[in-house]
Design a protein around this ligand. Structure first.
Ligand SMILES: NC(=O)c1ccc[n+]([C@@H]2O[C@H](COP(=O)([O-])OP(=O)(O)OC[C@H]3O[C@@H](n4cnc5c(N)ncnc54)[C@H](OP(=O)(O)O)[C@@H]3O)[C@@H](O)[C@H]2O)c1
Length: 330
């Protein structure tokens, strides 16, 4: 391993138990050292995902251990490589990178800290024109957007798309990926975000507080859902013949399984597809970077918040409307 003189300790937002954001403390802890195949990254920005919020709280499955395995949350990071472990081929100190570190096990996550170790396979080079904050906003939300948009096959001009939760992380990226392909895009979110949503490309917007898009008689070729807050049959009437409903997530796991089960017979009976999109980490990040470099995509950032305010930033995603991605700068 090659390692320049670096401080032996670092600041990190860390917890020893499950609970609300108050269980997180900023502490000075030992800086990690990259192992074989890993690089050490000085984190310049990390975005907050719904998944971070979920991991904060005690799991409901009885088999899961009581002390959290992931003590430092934060999967989506952007920063500069400052040291490399043995066998690292693709990066060297000084390279700017970003990626999703949401692998399970004691070594995953860790982005809400000044330094984190990542496998080189979890990172791609950050485009020179992209800020660290923009780069941190892309990994999970961007790749869920790519993978969700393709759930019904390639996009084509004239395709009609509805994104439920259009003003959040996936929606603000998804619309920017779909518009250049000639897709007509409707976004559902609260009214306070509609101006921002129109600005980044949504053709039509619906306020979820005053209108139920499954009851207004309009139909779409593709529905991309980040909320999954209805029974599957409610979406069927909002799909055109041969259309696809794709969910990337929602607050209740059982609703996602219902979608998957419904999809097993729906295609045969109604000709409409229902898909549960499982994130494939770090598969499409290079593609997102190409779209950024082409000028198609500018991530919408809420923040950045300093690490000292990261607890409050975590509360933001629960308590108030978020515009795009919440970003922390350690
Ligand atoms: N499939 C996988 O493998 C995988 C992996 C990681 C994450 N995920 C999931 O993927 C999803 C990520 O979505 P995201 O990053 O876009 O989330 P997000 O940033 O939280 O955006 C969700 C948006 O939906 C809006 N919203 C709230 N209630 C709504 C309603 N009733 N109808 C329509 N919109 C509503 C929110 O606005 P407000 O400000 O009003 O709340 C917010 O703008 C999460 O559900 C996460 O759990 C899935």
């Amino acid at each position: 391993m090659t390692e320049p003189a670096l401080a032996a300790t670092m600041k990190a937002l860390i917890r020893d138990r499950y609970g609300p954001p108050e269980v997180l403390d900023i502490r000075e802890i030992e800086r990690p050292v990259p192992r074989d195949g890993e690089v050490l990254v000085r984190v310049h920005a990390a975005s907050i995902n719904d998944w971070d919020w979920g991991l904060l709280h005690e799991p409901t499955l009885p088999t899961v251990r009581r002390a959290p395995r992931v003590r430092i949350l934060g999967s989506d990071i952007a920063g500069r490589v400052v040291a490399v472990g043995n066998g690292v081929q693709r990066f060297r100190a000084g390279d700017d990178v970003h990626g999703d570190l949401s692998r399970f096990g004691p070594d995953g996550w860790g982005g809400f800290a000044e330094y984190v170790c990542a496998r080189e396979s979890e990172l791609v080079p950050k485009p020179a024109g992209m800020t660290f904050e923009q780069a941190a906003a892309l990994p999970q939300a961007g790749q869920l957007a790519v993978q969700g948009l393709l759930a019904g096959g390639p996009l084509r001009p004239g395709l009609t798309l509805l994104i439920n939760g259009g003003g959040g992380g996936v929606g603000t990226i998804g619309v920017q990926l779909a518009k250049p392909q000639g897709v007509e895009v409707t976004g559902v979110d609260r009214a306070s975000k509609h101006e921002m949503m129109r600005r980044i490309g949504f053709d039509h917007v619906i306020d979820y507080e005053s209108e139920d898009f499954t009851q207004n008689g309009r139909r779409y070729d593709l529905i991309l859902d980040t909320k999954t807050n209805r029974s599957p049959s409610r979406y069927t009437g909002s799909l055109n013949p041969g259309g696809t409903y794709a969910t990337v997530g929602g607050p209740r796991i059982r609703d996602l399984f219902r979608i998957a089960l419904y999809g097993l017979w729906s295609r045969r009976v109604t000709g409409k597809a229902f898909r549960l999109v499982m994130l494939k980490q770090n598969k499409d990040l290079a593609y997102l970077n190409q779209r950024f470099d082409a000028g198609d995509l500018v991530p919408v950032i809420d923040g950045p918040y300093p690490l000292s305010e990261a607890r409050e930033a975590l509360r933001v995603i629960e308590d108030r409307e978020v515009f795009g991605k919440v970003v922390v700068s350690p």
